[in-house]
Design a protein around this ligand. Sequence first.
Ligand SMILES: Nc1nc2c(c(=O)[nH]1)N[C@H]1C(S)=C(S)[C@@H](COP(=O)(O)OP(=O)(O)OC[C@H]3O[C@@H](n4cnc5c(N)ncnc54)[C@H](O)[C@@H]3O)O[C@H]1N2
Ligand code: MOO
Length: 414
Amino acid sequence: MADGCGCDQHAQKYLTVPEALARGLAIADPVTETETLPLIDAIGRVLAEDCISKVDMPAFDNSAMDGYAIRTADMSDGPIFNLPVAGRIAAGDTGAHSAPAGAALRIFTGAPVPADFDAVLMQEDCETTADGIRFTRRPKPGQHIRRMGEDLKAGAPILRQGCEITAREAAALASTGFCEVTVFRKLKITLFSTGNELRQPGEPLGPGQIYNSNRYMLRALLTKPWIDLTDKGQVEDDPERLEKALRQACDNADLIVTTGGVSVGDEDHMPRLFAAIGGKTDVMKVAMKPGKPIMFGRRGRALYIGLPGNPVSAYVTWQIIGSQMMARRAGLRHMPPTPEQAVLAEPLQRQAGRQEYRPVTIDGTTPDGTLQLRLMAASYSGRVATLAQADGLAVIPAETKGLPKGYRLPFLRF
Ligand SMILES: Nc1nc2c(c(=O)[nH]1)N[C@H]1C(S)=C(S)[C@@H](COP(=O)(O)OP(=O)(O)OC[C@H]3O[C@@H](n4cnc5c(N)ncnc54)[C@H](O)[C@@H]3O)O[C@H]1N2
Ligand code: MOO
């Protein structure tokens, strides 16, 4: 949409982005059904319970270094210490080792420190002798010993319901001995694109035809371990076929995502068809650019999000609104994207009215270390290739018109 084209003159009638998002989140109630899975199969899923540690971490006193375990009380006054080495403990040993008074034990990282030993000496800090070790610095009691329970006590919370079990969470659960966890069931999502002009990559393009990029973009965005995706490809702009596809999707899925056909043209059927099958539309237009004609609503248990057809608009509306609704529906805790602060590397002319998410590239930093942003083309809602070249989206407040070089803005990095 070119700047100053007049297409923003109705913006005051639309919901603001925060208003639309609040409405979207309000109708995206989380699925309630859960399943209990072995931890290995729960990786990537959404945790449906608070997890409390069943064990102390570490579970026993152990060495933080490769070296020698000693009893500081046994040591002479120095300045040179000579200790015989009376045994060897490796990780996995029981730690039920003893040694005569004044003797050290060879020990390795992670090995249990016997109860009467109170310090570990790094091997770099001593030299080996014919029957033991020699060193000059008196070790402090407790040195290089990781004490039982110092990281986490049994009964302490580890993870809260609503987190995604990614690498860090999986490691925390495994380290505290969780062999199975309860997760929300997978979110059933049906995806389809609308538009007679669409062809798949690999098919020949006839006059007036374009490749369907939204399908591939959304496939990438919706490929997650906690999603059970049904991709219906594309459906022709034929009201009967579209109605059937939408009804079937609403009967079977928790969330239906479509692209195209949500604006006001004769071939834009989705708002009317959603109402015809008993859907209740909550939001029809949002004062955002790109993405003014995003719609969403509910039909029974099904949540419907109709994204605009223009590919950049579809991407931005998904990132700013749709993805947050989906996350809430899947049981994830709400975590809005946190923008960085950046400044414009050049002035910007625009029409006030809609909050704009402008694709930008990072153009170095200012002398004080703030990111500088260079704007991509002003008319971009159909130019999906620019999105792949952009570093993120600059968030331009709705009420602003011209902005000078150096203006400070929130920046959402990709
Ligand atoms: N009179 C008005 N016309 C338009 C308005 C308006 O307010 N009044 N809004 C404009 C804006 S803003 C947008 S955004 C688009 C949204 O339109 P639709 O959601 O109805 O989408 P379509 O018309 O079906 O398609 C728009 C555009 O995107 C291309 N497209 C569609 N699907 C795909 C796909 N899967 N992959 C790639 N490209 C796709 C399609 O060919 C069109 O060029 O409406 C404006 N019009
Ligand atoms: O401005 Mo539309 O909203 O092209 O996405």
